[in-house]
Design a protein around this ligand. Sequence first.
Ligand code: GTP
Ligand code: MG
Length: 197
Amino acid sequence: MLEVHEVRLARTTADPDDHPSPPRPEIAFVGRSNVGKSSLLNTLCRNRRLARVSGSPGKTQTINYFDVGGACYFVDLPGYGYAAVPDEIRRTWGPMIEGYLERSPRLAGVVSLIDGRHDPTDLDLRMVGWLAEREIPTLVALTKADRVPRGRRRPRLEATASALGLDPDQVVWFSSRTGEGRDSVFAAVNLLLEETS
Ligand code: GTP
Ligand code: MG
């Protein structure tokens, strides 16, 4: 099991090929801007101040590597597809995210975050399809579960899994507000890391 007592920011970079040393397996967190990537990472590590969170989209603008107890890196990425983010910035983020996912030699898996209140966007579908084509192990976290009534969760999860062409076991509900789903995502991440080592 990963130890989350000692997590520290190891590198902040805009260069997708600039990985921190020593090399370690990496778990990346992807999703639309504002979907809750940085919040999820903080919840997993039980540290609210690790990755910066903001109500306005476009908070994370670089690739941020967090060293998790010397065992792996959690990689916080900028979000995709938010209209409010200026064009110029979006043009630099696409290649950054894509370059990272395409070329990271130690990518053990990806947690793809989708806003659980809404249907997956076209970009969500493209991202998950792209990861599947490359056979990158992927877990989908449906975020902001605290905003979705309990009775609606199971049907939404199944509909989302089917839209994404995934098995429902690859999709979990998550809330950084209540901590719901934290242990499931954490267990899945541990499994991905065990499978690569
Ligand atoms: P970028 O860095 O801009 O791509 O965004 P991000 O995906 O890292 O999102 P971030 O974690 O910064 O959260 C965005 C907003 O959503 C913040 O206002 C958070 O407080 C809120 N948020 C994140 N997770 C949850 C959640 O589980 N429930 C609710 N209700 N709000 C959340
Ligand atoms: Mg962020």
